[in-house]
Design a protein around this ligand. Structure first.
Ligand SMILES: *[C@@H]1O[C@H](CO)[C@@H](O)[C@H](O)[C@H]1NC(C)=O
Ligand SMILES: *[C@@H]1O[C@H](CO)[C@@H](O)[C@H](O)[C@H]1NC(C)=O
Ligand SMILES: *[C@@H]1O[C@H](CO)[C@@H](O)[C@H](O)[C@H]1NC(C)=O
Ligand SMILES: *[C@@H]1O[C@H](CO)[C@@H](O)[C@H](O)[C@H]1NC(C)=O
Ligand SMILES: *[C@@H]1O[C@H](CO)[C@@H](O)[C@H](O)[C@H]1NC(C)=O
Length: 314
């Protein structure tokens, strides 16, 4: 009787989970948790859910985008999507996420590795990458190996010492930036005994001092508050700051930001200018309204934020 009761409970729970929607579930070809796929081979991931899903995959650099191709199929009743990965490469080692179209935070993810003896690092090592870190915060040096059996060391060039930092093969090294002097050259060394080879990735870490406030931006109205309908007017927002900042304009015609909505109809965000005034760095963002209409009358505000979540508005 007791066994029967337990079984009944299980069946009810199972149906409740189904009925109220649960996270999608990803299953690979071979049921492995973090599969290691031989380089050049194909692999299928299947995602099961209770409603339509889509995939988010690592994106390789533009010039090598065609090496690995991703094809998705979508079935209904039951909902199922297969991601077909052709020609697995080191550049697409990473997290593969399957999420509901309607509830993106309900998702499942799986990490795929590649077995490729000529690529031990996920990134190409031709260039020195520049990383920015905020003082007193953790920063990630993204040295990810292409397979879990690859050994990775982090060397701080300035004193030629190994760095004892937290390592996760799916993330890289997590470094606690304590002093301003942790900036400089870092090198990751990847090796696997069976390959009898190693690979290096180089980084320059630039430390941004921690700030608790931003200078207040100032809007300069080049046409002195007054514009006739049909004329062009420009507003410039200026801020004194030594690190890079992010500008966002709220206008009667919506929000404009660099890399997001930079021009629409007759409203144009001019390219950002950086210059020095008396030895301190300033940034100017100018918004231009061509052939202004009555609808363009109203409040223009400039919001500036930095990488440390400080914000100021004018
Ligand atoms: C992956 O899926 C494709 C298309 O459904 C199929 O033709 C192929 O055999 C599958 N490959 C593997 C390795 O399961
Ligand atoms: C498959 O990937 C390799 C790199 O691992 C690349 O050299 C090759 O061109 C790719 N093949 C195709 C058909 O894109
Ligand atoms: C990786 O490939 C090599 C041959 O290229 C093979 O000897 C080795 O067992 C493979 N490792 C894994 C984890 O599949
Ligand atoms: C523009 O408007 C501001 C705020 O309303 C005012 O302080 C300023 O004097 C005006 N400038 C001109 C040239 O009208
Ligand atoms: C630069 O500094 C000098 C002296 O402190 C000052 O007179 C001048 O106005 C400043 N220039 C600008 C563009 O702020």
């Amino acid at each position: 009787m007791r066994e029967f009761y337990l079984l009944w409970c299980f069946v009810v729970l199972f149906h409740v989970r189904k009925a109220f929607g649960d996270n999608p579930v990803i299953i690979g070809n071979d049921n492995a948790d973090s599969p290691v796929i031989p380089a050049g081979e194909s692999y299928n991931l299947t995602c099961y859910g209770s409603r339509p899903v889509h995939w988010i995959t690592p994106s390789p650099p533009e010039d090598k985008k065609l090496w690995t191709t991703f094809t998705q199929t979508q079935d209904t009743s039951p909902f199922r999507s297969v991601l077909y990965i052709a020609n697995m490469t080191y550049l697409v080692v990473g997290f593969y996420i399957c999420q509901y179209d309607s509830i993106p935070y309900e998702q499942d993810q799986i990490y795929l590795y590649v077995n490729d003896s000529s690529h031990l690092s996920v990134i190409d090592n031709e260039d020195i990458s520049i990383l920015h870190a905020v003082q007193y915060e953790d920063t990630i040096i993204p040295c990810r190996p292409t397979a879990p059996d690859i050994h990775v060391n982090l060397l701080y060039f300035e004193n030629d010492e190994m760095v004892d930092a937290k390592f996760d093969s799916k993330i890289g090294f997590t470094l606690a930036v304590s002093t301003i002097t942790s900036g400089g050259y870092y090198q990751c060394n990847f090796n696997r005994a069976s390959d009898n080879a190693n690979e290096l990735n180089n980084f320059i870490l630039q430390i941004i001092p921690r700030k608790t406030f931003l200078a207040k931006p100032v809007i300069r109205d080049i046409s002195q508050n007054h514009t006739e309908v049909g004329e062009t007017f420009r507003l410039t927002c200026r801020i004194a700051d030594e690190s890079s900042v992010i500008f966002k304009w709220e206008t009667p015609r919506g929000t404009f930001a660099y890399g997001n909505k930079q021009n629409e109809n007759d409203v144009i965000l001019e390219s950002l200018k950086r210059y020095d005034i008396n030895g301190s760095t300033h940034f100017d963002s100018t918004i231009m309204v061509v052939n202004s209409k009555l609808d363009d009358m109203g409040l223009y505000s400039c919001k500036v934020s930095d990488r440390q979540d400080n914000q100021e508005e004018t």
